[in-house]
Write a protein that binds this ligand. Sequence first.
Ligand code: GAP
Length: 514
Amino acid sequence: MDFKQIVSHCKEYGFIFQSSEIYDGLAAVYDYGPYGVELKNNIKNYWWKSMTQLHDNIVGIDSAIFMHPKTWKASGHVDAFNDPMIDNKDSKKRYRADVLIEEYMDKLDAKVEKELKKAAKRFGESFDAAMYKETNPRVQSYLEKKDAIAARLAQAMTDGNMEELKAMIIDLEIACPVSGSRNWTDVRQFNLMFSTQLGNIAGEEGKLYLRPETAQGIFVNFLNVQKTTRQKLPFGIAQIGKAFRNEIVARQFIFRMREFEQMEMQFFVAPGTEMEWYNYWKDMRLKWHHAVTPAEKLRFHDHDNLAHYANAAVDIQFQFPFGFKELEGIHSRTDFDLSQHQELSGKKLQYFDPERNENYVPYVVETSIGCDRMFLTMISNCLMEETVPDADGKESKRIVFKVPAALAPVKVAVLPLLKNKEALTEKARAVHQLLNVHFPCQYDEKDAIGRRYRRQDAIGTPYCITIDFDTLEDNTVTIRERDSLQQERVGIDQLVEKIAPKVSMAGLLAKVLE
Ligand code: GAP
């Protein structure tokens, strides 16, 4: 399905609504509807359990969104959490300078793809795409141009060189997508933090920030947690919570939001061991993704320019409908954050290592994933249109959300074959009551059975149970499986036993450990 269809499906089926829609919405802010919140909670649960339940040495916290303003000075966010922005003087539209350049590079990629497609058609079965890429002069020139731009961009971003970014936009003759003109302002730094004011303190002193990442709540609690849980290094602290960024480019639905949710884990390690743990977490996180997403849609992408706190950083990218983009970041953050907090607070944030017999500020490896981006990954990958056989032997189209059963918003739908036969509806309600203490269930009696199946397919319900006249005789029901469409006759007393292992989180967690 294309991106537009995905977005409208999310609205039509109660997954996601535009925030304050009756007032024409608020850009890049979204509300999760009844099925959306269930799916999102399941994603969070999958992450939380894989961190805290599968690792004895990872514990969770839930820290406040507001933090002492010095936190953000120490972390570098006040001085360095900026995006380079540029305005077009004719359209008055504002853009991220680096994104304009990246989009230019995407166009070069698209040209390469076009050349490859053309050549594949020309050469037929014997076509070797890798060889063609390496030898065809036109493809080579596109790739070389792209590499040169990427290197220049990385250098400019690392140096914080705004003049160079502007020069690149001019050199590449990038035009405003709205006005078509190249009438640009200079590039300026724009801080991404939202600020607000404490009621009882005037001026700068009372200036608070909405946290732009959850990580700092973990850093400032490092010693509290370590002492109260008596953890030894290496150990981790996990947290799920809201983060806020005043994004300049707020597009692509829930991919880039101004208010979003992060699932972050900081793993505290002895200095000198951080690369070993960085590699460990790269592996672990990829396994977590592979349990729910096909490997070919995921890839690692090393950062071209490192954030102010990192000595190594990689993204796990997912192939969204608009291309491979960052889904999760894994960063080796050194001792930057703890050392900074130690300096600005004047409080020691050190660990006594009994094996080394010394005190030190631990190093940190971080895994950080946006819950909303994971949601978009699931929707983009698992929502599809397919042709299936009808009951009368013909074919029809259905939209089905083939989300892993453990993440599905509703696990079971109970459907009486007919609405106006009281014996059937009564029995169906009894089955629904039997099951809904075990799983999120839905009872649905409205419309023909085929339409009810389609409704459940569209929200991703893995099992539909139909109560028919035979049920009244022998206490068996038909259970229909969402993906295979296979139907099976099962005794009511066996339903829980049959469904539970297929929809449980345990199955997914076991895959992570495989
Ligand atoms: N603590 C590290 C950190 O915040 P980041 O790469 O800036 O690193 C981590 O963000 C993750 O948060 C990203 O990989 C992405 O999934 C998610 N994220 C970041 N900005 C976002 C936004 N504006 N909207 C939705 N998700 C976002």
